[in-house]
Design a binder for this molecule. Structure first.
Ligand SMILES: Nc1nc2c(ncn2[C@@H]2O[C@H](COP(=O)(O)OP(=O)(O)OP(=O)(O)O)[C@@H](O)[C@H]2O)c(=O)[nH]1
Ligand SMILES: [Mg+2]
Length: 361
């Protein structure tokens, strides 16, 4: 009989590096002959994360339209679906980056209702070092105060705080940061990873694969502040087909993101995360903006061709209507008369009040 599958929850604020770590981890585990299933999550469909992770494995299930906590049964169904489909030993799930109270709404319900079917690893919460440093120093990391509240609650309920992107921070600053976390959260394990260099990934994996969630504590969460922290973000998920003649998609992506980044910076907007993926057959490019300075990062290449698809996911401190106009205008303007845009899906919302299926305390 097959052993119980292990479920690893990888939380953390928008842009912390969750999907990148999932991708690197999956590659590593697959190379060791392990079967891995992944579960993505978002408030709406058309996810860059799902499309990106599908480049690593076909064993991806998506819960979209609601977060895991507010659609707990949908979450469990997806976990089981991907487990059966892939016969996976290890399942890794990424909740929406603006979600908190996961201990009460996911960890405890799984332990109470599904402990015979799955082993749950300690709840990992990923944190970008610069945002984390600012939050621990009493700042808001450029976020609305209610969004910063969510960030702090995520840290408070975590069993493992994983500092990400360590390739971007020097070792002395990293040690200070770890020390500070140890003072503020003395009972929480602290680890660090770089998905860019691979540093720390094996240690984190060993820890979550060999330990179970022992956390029976839930935290106090003021749901009105939590709801406000999510609602201040306009949330856009869109996809479109692009058509032109011999278009250099990397150049197109670079221009589009640079223009969005410029607007973000000049309007002094608070950025959760803006991510795009352009796919041209098996070639693809991912582009991200994760800070208010509007700085753009791209990876991969979508090459040159007549046709491509674009997925855009943006979480920005703007009303949905204004965000929609900003993205639409910038896309049209970048495409100019050379590229025809056929929109497949265009969804712009403000996340609703969190209403979890279960809440244990
Ligand atoms: N330098 C560096 N950048 C990283 C690392 N991990 C992630 N990033 C970058 O951080 C950005 C966000 O990464 P994601 O993995 O998409 O973050 P996420 O937490 O899944 O974001 P959401 O799904 O929006 O909540 C991307 O630009 C990544 O390339 C890392 O280890 N080093
Ligand atoms: Mg992600």
């Amino acid at each position: 009989m097959k052993n119980k599958a292990r479920l690893i929850l990888v939380g953390g604020f928008l842009g912390a590096g969750k999907t990148t770590l999932l991708s690197e981890t999956t590659r590593k585990l697959m190379a060791e002959g392990k079967k891995v299933g992944l579960i993505t999550n978002d408030q709406a469909a058309e996810l860059v994360d799902t499309a990106f992770l599908l480049k690593t494995t076909s064993n991806v299930a998506e819960v979209s339209g609601s977060c895991f906590c507010c659609n707990f049964n949908g979450f469990v169904d997806s976990v089981r679906d991907v487990e059966e489909r892939s016969n996976a030993d290890i399942l890794i799930a990424e909740p929406v980056g603006s979600c908190t109270d996961l201990s009460a709404t996911i960890v405890q319900p799984i332990k109470k209702l599904y402990s015979e079917k799955m082993l749950l690893s300690p709840l990992s919460v990923l944190a970008d070092p610069f945002k984390l440093e600012d939050i621990l120093n009493g700042g808001t990391a450029g976020l609305h105060t209610s969004a910063a509240y969510i960030y702090k609650k995520q840290l408070e309920e975590s069993e493992v705080i994983v500092i990400t992107k360590t390739d971007k921070i020097d070792s002395i600053r990293l040690d200070f940061l770890k020390e500070k976390i140890g003072t503020i959260f003395p009972h929480t394990k602290v680890m660090s990873v770089s998905s860019r260099t691979g540093e720390g990934i094996s240690d984190w994996l060993n820890y979550v694969l060999n330990n179970s969630s022992l956390n029976n504590k839930t935290i106090e969460v003021d749901y009105n502040t939590y709801a406000e922290g999510e609602a201040v973000l306009g949330w856009l998920n869109a996809s479109a087909n692009l058509k032109g003649e011999e278009i250099d998609w990397d150049e197109f992506a670079g221009k589009f993101l640079a223009k969005v980044g410029y607007k973000i910076e000049s309007m002094k907007l608070s950025v959760g995360h803006i991510k795009i993926m352009i796919q041209n057959g098996s070639d693809y490019l991912i582009g991200n903006i994760t800070n208010d300075a509007g700085s753009v990062e791209t990876r991969g290449s979508a090459g040159i061709s007549d046709k491509a698809q674009i997925i855009i996911n943006a979480r920005v401190g703007l009303s949905p209507d204004t965000l929609e106009n900003l993205v639409r205008e910038t896309l049209n303007n970048t495409a100019s008369s050379k590229i025809e845009i056929k929109v497949n899906a265009w969804n712009c919302i403000s996340p609703g009040y969190p209403n979890p299926t279960f809440r244990y305390n």
